[in-house]
Design a binder for this molecule. Sequence first.
Ligand code: PMV
Length: 365
Amino acid sequence: MKRIFKTGMVNESAPVAALKAGEVSWQSPSNIALIKYWGKKGFQIPANPSLSITLSRSFSETTVKYKPVAAGKPQINFFFDGKPNETFAKKIKAYFGHIKDELPFIQHLDFEIRSRNTFPHSAGIASSASAMSALALCLCSIEKKLSGSAEADDQPFFERASYFARIGSGSASRSAFGRLASWGKSAFIPGSSDLVATPYKQPINAIFENFQDSILLVSKGEKKVSSRAGHGLMENNPFAQARYGQASENLGNIIFAIETGDIDRFIQIVESEALTLHGMMMSSTPGYMLMEPGTVEIIKKIQAFREQSGAKLCFTLDAGPNVHVLYPKFEQNTIEEFIKLELQHYCVNGQWINDEMGDGPKRMI
Ligand code: PMV
């Protein structure tokens, strides 16, 4: 059975009679947005384009075992870190409800899904991005296996995974690709789309190769307001339209900075994006704050250190209190020393994660 979707992608789902048991597994990384997606128009369509760095060591690993439905309704058993997790299982059931028409085989299979993260869940490291992209990649692998077509981890495969990842979590669409990835239609990025992410193909100055991201864990607690609720609050935010315009403009400017190696401009845009994201949260109704006192202290210290030393570092934030410190590879020793001396004591148990730009998802089975 072949169906063409509005994405132009081909659905190669197997006929139900051909369903067999099997197992697939993917590692998929988190990503950190330089230009932030915050606000939607319609179902999982971004209100503005975004651009992110795909990380290397912060990833989810998801293994899916599947077999034809044994009795009645399909079963989904979900284990996080080896333990059954009903909350996540419910989220996955809801997600499967959204994609079952495009991946019809999921209604005829029982699933055992096991997932783990290399970083704390719900703490501003985009765990939904890595988790949803890993799951979407597994589903696309199952689709390939069931349809009997050769496994090819090529661009159309990752695009299809990006499409299904987006339905689970917008930012997850970008995790299907390594290095830099964008999501959302933009005149500045040829081939960009609101439906799938696009690997970044424009020139990248050497200063941005192997870009580093030290993630300072200011709090490991659950977020008070989910990203889903936060996106929803943008609908009545009086600054929303100006924000969407600013993001689109910032994207054009950061592309130019990335090409020309203008790291000062890059730093200015990245920090403005982070503060604006949290400004949008504060100016929503009801307003809320995800930054903690430690987040603010770290931001001030980074800005002061940059001013005094001239070091090329900047901060960015996800929808959470943790701080991502971004810097070029050549600054690694200076920045690590600075973090140990001045920032580490703000972190829970002195914990921080040294990560960097990575090559994207990896198939395990
Ligand atoms: O992907 P979601 O729906 O969890 O939204 C996350 C959005 C931010 O992480 C705050 C920004 C981004 O572009 O990743």
